[in-house]
Design a protein around this ligand. Structure first.
Ligand code: OGA
Ligand code: MN
Length: 197
């Protein structure tokens, strides 16, 4: 499938459902490289407890979320991170050119939901900052089973959608509209999450 065909399909889904599910948005090599990098960071103890809210509003609230994260440098020299950023930039450019979305920036972080971790129902916009336009989450667990939990629940107008965090799966949704939740994971759940702004 050509990239433009894929992007058009994603845009159609975003328009009709406010979310799009894409398997294979990033190629296998990139996913493998990113998975390895994330596992290295976990071993090195680089991941930090995630917060809710931004800057002045920053709280670390275990009752709401309990994942650990590490931000990705948009100017990283790592080839896999570059491939990831490059694909996101190409998609953002397409969105801007075809839908006048006005995306100017992006931010991404690795995330690990360890055993018992979750993220209660929320939307991805801060009260004091409305810049986030689209949320993008890519799952980096090989051989993930439904019994490992950690499903993403999207609360759509048409009802609840249950998405399993399967290897190489990407989910894109409107940051301002869609309430969502991460159910308790029973095994390390690896991903990259971020926002087009
Ligand atoms: C988030 C989030 C969803 C997921 O980090 O804001 O909602 O499936 N993540 O990891
Ligand atoms: Mn979220």
């Amino acid at each position: 499938m050509g990239l433009n065909v894929l992007y058009e399909r994603i845009i159609e889904d975003l328009i009709s459902n406010h979310y799009a599910l894409v398997d294979g948005f990033f190629d296998e090599d990139t996913c493998r490289g990113l998975n390895k990098l994330l596992r290295q960071k976990m071993k090195q103890g680089i991941l930090e407890k995630a917060g809710i809210g931004n800057k002045s509003n920053h709280l670390k609230n275990d009752a709401i979320r309990s994942d650990k994260i590490a931000w990705i440098d948009n100017h990283s020299i790592d080839v896999f991170e570059q491939a990831f950023i490059q694909q996101m930039n190409s998609f953002s450019l397409y969105l801007n050119n075809t839908c006048y979305t006005g995306i100017q920036d992006s931010e991404f972080h690795y995330a690990c939901f360890e055993k018992g971790a979750f993220y209660k129902k929320h939307i991805d916009r801060f009260n004091n900052d409305n810049k986030r336009k689209f949320s993008v989450v890519t799952y980096l667990n090989k051989h993930r089973k439904a019994s490992h939990g950690g499903a993403l629940i999207l609360y759509t107008e048409k009802g609840e959608i249950n998405i399993l965090p399967e290897w190489g799966r990407t989910i894109i949704f409107k940051s301002d509209l869609l309430e969502h939740e991460v159910l308790v994971s029973t095994k390390d759940r690896l991903s990259i999450t971020g926002w087009l702004k």
